[in-house]
Design a protein around this ligand. Structure first.
Ligand SMILES: *[C@@H]1O[C@H](CO)[C@@H](O)[C@H](O)[C@H]1NC(C)=O
Ligand SMILES: *[C@@H]1O[C@H](CO)[C@@H](O)[C@H](O)[C@H]1NC(C)=O
Ligand SMILES: *[C@@H]1O[C@H](CO)[C@@H](O)[C@H](O)[C@H]1NC(C)=O
Length: 178
């Protein structure tokens, strides 16, 4: 009885160590305009300032402002042999969601990654070019590993940005959880 209890304790401990040890390393970011007359990336990059400070930035110029109808499809894929769908594939009406960010817990989780570093943090219409400015990887790390436990491995977080129901842009963020 006592040794069985110890075994459970051990598993709990190993589980906790695994959680604490997890960290996110961003490996690449790729932004693609699918309709350059509608939206055009001015920049999109990861930057390592030093060992502890890394960030990502992107700017998309919107060429047909204002935009009043936006949908975002977000997929989390995990690499097995090739990237496979994993856990999430959600599409949200961004305009509706941003009016009430409590309306979708999954969207709120993903929005939590960048809301404090982006000018997209208001509801429609969008009449300015969109920026995500110097989003620190450490913030992503905290948000990702503290909120939900994920198995270690290589992931791809892919988003498709629809305006007026046409896919205009694709942003891929590759990362490793180790
Ligand atoms: C990394 O760079 C940031 C920003 O320039 C600075 O505040 C921080 O002290 C640096 N950290 C180290 C370990 O050099
Ligand atoms: C995710 O959902 C979208 C829309 O429902 C669909 O077009 C896409 O193929 C799905 N992706 C995967 C990897 O299943
Ligand atoms: C929206 O993002 C800007 C930076 O682009 C920030 O200054 C502002 O505090 C953010 N607002 C909210 C409500 O998060």
């Amino acid at each position: 009885m006592s040794s069985r209890f110890r075994l459970i304790e051990l598993f709990v401990l190993l589980y906790l160590i695994k959680q604490i040890a997890s960290r996110v390393e961003l490996t690449n970011i790729v932004c693609t305009s699918l309709d350059p007359e509608f939206a055009d990336f001015e920049y999109c990059y990861l930057k390592s300032v030093n060992r502890t400070y890394k960030y990502m930035s992107l700017k998309v110029n919107l060429l047909k402002k204002p935009i009043t109808k936006v949908k975002v499809n977000a997929e989390l894929l995990k690499r097995f042999s090739g990237y496979k769908p994993y856990l999430y594939n959600v599409t949200v009406d961004a305009c509706r969601f941003l009016k009430n960010t409590k309306s979708s817990p999954i969207a709120a989780y993903f929005y939590g990654f960048f809301k404090s570093h982006s000018n997209m943090n208001h509801s429609c219409p969008y009449d300015q070019d969109i920026v995500v400015e110097k989003l620190p990887i450490s913030a992503i790390n905290t948000h990702f590993t503290e909120v939900l436990p994920f198995p270690l491995g290589d992931y791809l977080f892919q988003t498709n940005w629809f305006a007026y129901d046409i896919n205009r842009a694709n942003v891929k963020v590759y990362f490793t959880l180790s």
